[in-house]
Write a protein that binds this ligand. Structure first.
Ligand code: HEC
Length: 256
């Protein structure tokens, strides 16, 4: 079962050193691409942190309706007088959302007044009602309301950009995966385990990149991109660490 290629551990010291250095470079690249994913997609949904919405936005495109509109339309809170609900909805659907928020001209009909009268009982940071919703979605100031008052259209990545990205990633990542897989198969770690790792790594990369395009047909594929992409990076990292550990082993006593 030795195969055509030498076991890494039997290589001369200079070659081992070189391979180890290159493995470090690849590991550094993995860390950099993780960071890149974080920074690049984090802000797609204009909310801090990397969420599934960020990826859905980038790969599929999403329309995110203003949480305030969604809540009011579904009849929340039930005790809000119908006239006030209509006033708030008309305000939110119009194009003077920031200008009219606490407009003096509107008097008691100013959105800020209606919100103060009907929402702050629960949606204030110090509110005693509402099971702490006031901490999560406070509506005390314009800066609070602003976060939930606007609908957003997140445009997916244009096809041309995705083609460019696919051409760069597909060729580079698959080539790199071949090398990582081959190096892993040149180790003396349990062969079945390594083989399983290499198999899953290949599958993960295929699923990840196919997902980029399938997500344009349906956002249902977006979780697949995230899962497969993480699996690919994770498996590559583990295989590379396995290669590094292998290089530390001495040559086998009687190689062939
Ligand atoms: C009696 C307490 C109470 C009052 C009054 C109240 N809310 Fe809420 N609100 C809640 C609670 C609890 C939740 C979280 C559970 C839920 O979504 O129903 C919530 C959720 C929300 C959400 C997020 C819902 C979503 O779909 O994500 C918005 C937006 C909201 N409220 C707006 C308002 C506005 C605007 C008013 C006033 C017109 C108001 N609320 C009045 C208790 C209250």
């Amino acid at each position: 079962m030795a195969g055509l290629w030498p076991a890494l551990r039997d290589l001369p010291l200079g070659a081992k050193f070189g391979v180890a250095c290159l493995v470090f470079v690849l590991l550094g690249g993995l860390v950099a691409s993780g960071t890149h994913v974080l920074w690049h997609y984090e802000n797609r949904d204009e909310r801090p942190g990397l969420t599934l919405d960020d990826f859905t936005g980038a790969y599929s495109g999403v329309e995110r309706r203003a949480p305030l509109i969604v809540a009011l339309e579904r009849g929340h809170p039930p005790e809000l007088p119908e006239a006030d609900r209509e006033t708030l909805l008309a305000w939110l659907r119009g194009d003077r959302v920031s200008e009219d928020f606490d407009s003096l001209d509107l008097g008691d009909d100013a959105p800020a007044e209606i919100i103060a009268a009907h929402c702050l009982r629960c949606h204030a940071r110090q509110a005693t009602e509402g099971d702490g919703i006031g901490q999560k979605i406070p509506l005390e100031f314009w800066s609070d309301v602003q976060r939930v008052a606007f609908s957003r259209q997140i445009q997916r990545t244009p096809a041309g950009v995705l083609v460019a990205s696919t051409h760069a990633h597909a060729l580079a990542l698959a080539t790199m995966a071949f090398v990582v897989g081959a190096l892993a198969m040149m180790t003396t770690w349990p062969r079945r385990l390594v083989s399983l790792g290499v198999g899953l790594m290949g599958l993960a990369l295929l699923a990840d990149m196919a997902g980029w395009w399938l997500a344009r047909l349906s956002p249902a594929f977006v979780p697949m991109i995230v899962a497969a992409g993480s699996a690919y990076s994770g498996l590559t990292g583990v295989l590379l660490l396995g290669v590094l550990a292998e290089l530390l082993k001495g040559p086998r006593p009687a190689s062939k």
